[in-house]
Ligand binder design. Structure first.
Ligand SMILES: O=P(O)(O)OC[C@H]1O[C@H](OP(=O)(O)OP(=O)(O)O)[C@H](O)[C@@H]1O
Ligand SMILES: NC(=O)CC[C@H](N)C(=O)O
Ligand SMILES: [Mg+2]
Length: 501
């Protein structure tokens, strides 16, 4: 779940891209990049780090041009090296740059095809560079000096035929325009919008609607699964369904954890979905423990707050902020290694002892993935003097890897994999543990005003919507991307810039 943005404006777009990336920072903290285009030339700055650390004034001054794209990265393939920061660039045809959120599941086959049939060279292990090369090849075979929207949409259609997995992407065709496209299952989110200026209408494509809001753009809509939007450099907008058999299956985990609550995603308010998750949890507690002895409900900041407030309301139990979050520490779950993740939970959250002393507390989190957060938090609650510590998760047990753009490649690193709820409760040290039911989560997200009846819920039910994910594939990514394997890749790839391991 990286963050992507593209803007076709009427004046320099560098500042707007930067601002949008800061709003999307929660989607990726490892690397950031912006490329702009002026008079047929590209200006690119990308590196490892947070947006505020990657772009200094001297970079911003050089990023000139009225159109550009940007990216914040949370790696799910290859390494975290700055060589794999995005946007990626290929010089032919036209000079194309691309930023990608998601993960391709047939990247090995595509890499072979690109080399053997398309005669293209890819130098990194990033699936996004592969995606870019497939798109570039499909545009190149149209054989046009000046590509039209028809050519761009035809290339996207071919991308859909060849690529499998999750991909929401923006690509800039130098001197011509910006195209946004979404995979035929709509797994990863992407929206577009517009704003009126004295010089004319400006367009923006982004991962989440919150980026549009903050920059004064109004949301036009989400891209449908398989659909593409193309905005020419002079501001004409075209949309086209480019997939043969699109099927809505957006990733439900966006609503659980990934997205900001103030985003509207596929017409659903993430905030409202999280409120409904709290409501459903309360109903489950009332069903299973009508005689509960909970004195206080305490959220684990940040993401679980919304569900926890509603849960407390419905139960009629006091809601208290028992943990204070250090606002200068980022999200723990999307940090690259387990050592960093473990250390930052303690640095990030501190307990207000008075809220725990002598009480039966119900701690609420949005999800339990590796169990890094809840184990430490439960211990902190006990040290703060809690009598009993109950724990509930607004999402069901995460038991299966994600292969579509969330870095959970290894089933064995998931605390609930192959374990019952009672076993997990014991491991994390909770007196009682309650998970949301999957049907309730689906209802919470898809049962509001806008009805969505299918989701990608693979991390909860092991059903992979693209139909190509089998045991061998899962074994391969587990070997390549478990925490131990990743740390070796990181050490090696940090040494050289253009790397090819
Ligand atoms: O079981 P785990 O592997 O620890 O993962 C789950 C935790 O990680 C996330 O929090 P994070 O700190 O990333 O971000 P937040 O501040 O948005 O809650 C999520 O909200 C859970 O608290
Ligand atoms: N989280 C993502 O969307 C990652 C995009 C891409 N697969 C990468 O690793 O850079
Ligand atoms: Mg959290």
């Amino acid at each position: 779940m990286c963050g992507i943005v593209g803007i076709v404006g009427k004046s320099n777009v560098n500042q707007a891209l930067y601002d949008a990336l800061t709003v999307l920072q929660h989607r990726g903290q490892d690397a950031a990049g912006i490329v702009t285009c002026e008079h047929g030339r590209l200006f690119l700055r990308k590196d490892n780090g947070l947006v505020r650390d990657v772009f200094h004034q001297r970079h911003m001054q050089r990023l000139v041009g009225n159109m550009g794209i940007g990216h914040v990265r949370y790696p799910t393939a290859g390494s975290s090296s700055s060589a794999e920061a995005q946007p990626f660039y290929v010089n032919s045809p036209y000079g194309i740059t691309l930023a990608h959120n998601g993960n391709l599941t047939n990247v090995e086959r595509l890499s072979r095809e690109i080399y053997e049939s398309d005669l293209r060279h890819v130098n990194t292990t990033s699936d996004s560079e592969v995606l870019l090369n497939v798109f570039a090849h499909e545009l190149a075979v149209r054989n046009k000096l000046q590509p039209t929207e028809e050519d761009v949409f035809a290339a996207v259609s071919q991308v859909h035929r060849r690529c499998v997995g999750g991909y929401a992407s923006v690509a800039m065709v130098t001197g011509y325009g910006i195209v946004g496209f979404r995979d035929p299952h709509g797994i990863r989110p992407i929206v577009f919008g517009q704003r009126h200026t004295d010089q004319g209408v400006e367009y923006m494509i982004a991962s989440e609607s919150v980026a549009l809001d903050v920059l004064g753009f109004t949301l036009i809509r989400d891209l449908a699964p398989g659909e593409a939007v193309y905005i020419t450099e002079d501001g004409q907008l075209f949309t086209r369904q480019c997939a043969e058999n699109p099927q809505y299956a957006p990733c439900i985990f966006e609503h659980v954890y990934l997205a900001r609550p103030d985003s509207l995603m596929d017409g659903v308010s993430v905030y409202k979905a999280r409120l409904r998750m709290g409501e459903k949890l309360a109903e489950k507690i009332q069903r299973e423990r009508p005689e509960h002895d909970i004195d206080v409900v305490i959220p684990i900041p940040d993401t679980s707050r919304t569900s926890a407030v509603e849960l407390a309301n419905q139960l009629g139990v006091k809601f208290r902020e028992g943990f204070v979050k250090n606002r200068y520490i980022g999200r723990t779950f999307i940090m690259p290694g387990q050592a960093a993740r473990k250390k930052s939970v303690r640095q990030k959250l501190n307990a207000i002892d008075l809220e725990f002393r002598g009480k039966n507390v119900l701690l609420v989190d949005d999800s339990i993935v590796r169990g890094t957060t809840c184990k430490q938090i439960i211990q902190m609650a006990r040290e703060a003097g809690a009598k009993k510590v109950y724990f509930c998760s607004a999402a069901p047990a995460v038991r299966y890897p994600n292969v579509y753009g969330i870095d959970m490649p290894s089933a064995h690193e998931l605390i609930a994999h192959g374990r019952t709820t009672e076993e997990v409760a014991e491991l994390i040290g909770a007196d009682w543990l309650l998970y949301q039911d999957l049907e309730d989560l689906k209802e919470a997200v898809g049962g509001g005003k806008v009805k969505i009846d299918a989701f990608d819920c693979a991390v909860f039910d092991g059903q992979y919507v693209t139909g190509d994910v089998n045991e061998q594939y899962l074994d391969r990514i587990e070997q390549a991307r478990n925490d131990a394997a990743k740390s070796t890749v990181e050490r090696v790839s940090a040494i050289i810039d253009l790397h090819n391991n």
